[in-house]
Design a protein around this ligand. Sequence first.
Ligand SMILES: [Zn+2]
Length: 258
Amino acid sequence: MKVHHLNCATMRPPLVAGGIVAHCLLIETDQGLTLVDTGFGTHEVSDPKATIDPLSRALLKPALDITETAISQVEQRGYTADDVRHILLTHLDLDHAGGLRDFPKATVHVLDTELEAATNPKGTKERARYPKAQREGVTFETHRAEGEDWFGFEAVSAIPGLPEDVLMVPLIGHTRGHTGIAVKGDDGWLLHAGDAYFYRGEVETPPSNIFALKLTAKQTETIREQRLSNVERLRELKAQGEVEVFCAHDPVELARLA
Ligand SMILES: [Zn+2]
């Protein structure tokens, strides 16, 4: 499978030197195109105030560049929106689910606990992170966080309509239904770890972090113990050297893979 690494949203949060990206994947399969995460889409770019709340706009400082939207990058490669049949989401935070409405023919795969969190949010944190407008008219297919073993992680496999080498690898913690997405591309296994961590140094040995992103991870977490234990498991996985592990927002990881 051919896998393209895209940046579908440049953001410049205060205190984060170099900014952050929304690392998404475009996968060409025999059955059409599949996206992993969608960053911000045309709706956010054309009318940001309708979707992105003032606090998120201040914290993320999104560039909102139309050429970065997933649909624009799909069209640049000679495809149309209708060629995208499946979208896998690490989670439903607004900077990951922004482009869903640009792909009306796609089935959107999420863990059941994530859609439940978005539709029945508990507390102020969950109520703020999942703008309802982003999910309007979207066809969801939910999956339970259980399945077969994948490098010591439990993985949801045999997702209808998708190749066998595309799996969901639940990494609960950042949100109630947060998951990684594993894809076996032409050069081996990739694991898109979403927001399981924010800074590349967190999964290196020995680990390192920067203050602003450590704070971001803490402020946006839902289940702390699980989040921290997953970072440790990802560090071990990376150290084994068989899987290319990367997160959603690190620009250096994206530059290495793009
Ligand atoms: Zn994020």
